[in-house]
Ligand binder design. Structure first.
Ligand code: FO1
Length: 333
């Protein structure tokens, strides 16, 4: 197993404080990996979406937490982004043969994590505690934690009815037309203890919205009242990395959802969606034509090659994001 890369020392002169990355899905995991290669564990915290979590085959499955964990540990499947590299499928093959559900593909290495997490949760551990133990098992030094330990589930209101997340995303491959999104349990969701500690520590330097799906990965996190309130209070700079490059989503259904919501599938559509919550934009150099408009709206804008096709590219983008942060006005006192 590859140990998580030793993060290179943080660049000198960087404002102190903790960067909080909000991550979900493959784009979020890649951005988190890049940030973890640049920032020391004490300078970065990664809060992960739990809206995709579900109970399947009697197991508690947390796809976004696992995708971040595997990516930081360097053991993720580089083609799909989710699940493990060097995976084998004996469990799933036999499950299929005995009539079990195989639409959600669980590989043999991956299965160990679902079984161990389920055991820990059944024994009364919180999701944050179980996540910390699993990440330690994969040699991850950085703080990776769920946005909440409470139950929060994304459901999609579509032309064929309201669907649970994995039914929409995996089983139906995002084919149904999305009309609205619900984050059930969000109104009662407390920030996880690691997140609450950070928010209360006075050490929060900035928030980075990773290039995750705004509706499926980031909105469920914003729906956690304490986090949404922090974003609305605008006490710390918020930088977003656009998940739309050159008029399309880098991966996943964000472009299709934007069309279904009547948004233009480009940087301006994404910026319109986030509105005043974002102070700084990291957009791809292919979308340079949108920079002027964002600047006119008072946003700080940086351009870079934002396609994170390998760990080195993720690290390079992370450095650009942190350089953008350094250009932002500091946290309001
Ligand atoms: N995505 C798929 O499209 N098909 C799958 O069979 C699948 C299995 C799977 C197993 C574990 C895991 O952590 C993720 C898995 N994913 C699969 C991806 C997952 O649905 C998405 O990564 C998130 O839920 C949304 O980003």
């Amino acid at each position: 197993m590859d140990r998580a890369e030793t993060p290179s020392p943080p660049a000198e002169g960087r404002a102190h404080g903790v960067v909080l990355a909000l991550a979900g899905g493959v784009g979020g995991a890649r951005m988190a990996q890049g940030l973890a290669r640049v920032l020391a564990p004490g300078d970065l915290a990664i809060a992960v979406n739990v809206g995709d979590d579900f109970s399947h085959l009697g197991l508690s499955i947390c796809p976004d937490l696992d995708t971040v964990m595997y990516t930081l540990a360097g053991v993720h499947n580089p083609l799909t982004g989710w699940g493990r590299a060097d995976e084998t499928w004996n469990f799933l093959e036999t499950l299929g043969r005995i009539g079990g559900e195989t639409w959600f593909r669980l590989g043999d290495h991956d299965l160990a994590v679902h079984v161990e997490r389920t055991r820990r949760l059944r024994e009364g551990e919180s999701l944050s505690t179980a996540t910390a133990a699993l990440c330690a098992g994969f040699g991850i030094a950085h703080a990776v934690f769920p946005v909440t330990d409470d139950t929060l589930r994304t459901r999609i209101d579509t032309d064929i009815g309201v669907l649970d997340f994995q039914d929409y995303f995996v089983r139906r491959q995002c084919a149904p037309v999305a009309r609205a999104f619900h984050y059930s349990g969000a109104d009662r969701a407390r920030p996880s203890p690691p997140l609450a500690d950070l928010l209360g520590s006075g050490r929060l330097r900035a928030i980075v919205l990773c290039p995750s799906n705004p509706w499926l990965s980031l909105a469920p996190m914003f729906a956690v009242p304490a986090l949404g309130a922090l974003l609305d209070a605008r006490r710390v700079p918020v930088v977003a990395v656009s998940p739309i490059v050159g008029g399309a989503a880098v991966k996943g259904p964000a472009g299709k959802i934007m069309r279904e919501l009547g948004l233009s599938v480009d940087v301006s559509g994404i910026a319109q969606h986030y509105g005043d919550r974002v102070d700084g934009w990291m957009i791809d150099e292919r979308d340079a034509r949108h920079a002027a408009n964002l600047r006119e709206q008072g946003r700080t804008v940086a351009l870079a090659d934002t396609l994170m096709t390998d760990a080195a590219r993720s690290e390079a983008l992370a450095r650009e994001v942190l350089a953008l942060l350094d250009r932002m006005p500091g946290p309001a006192v």
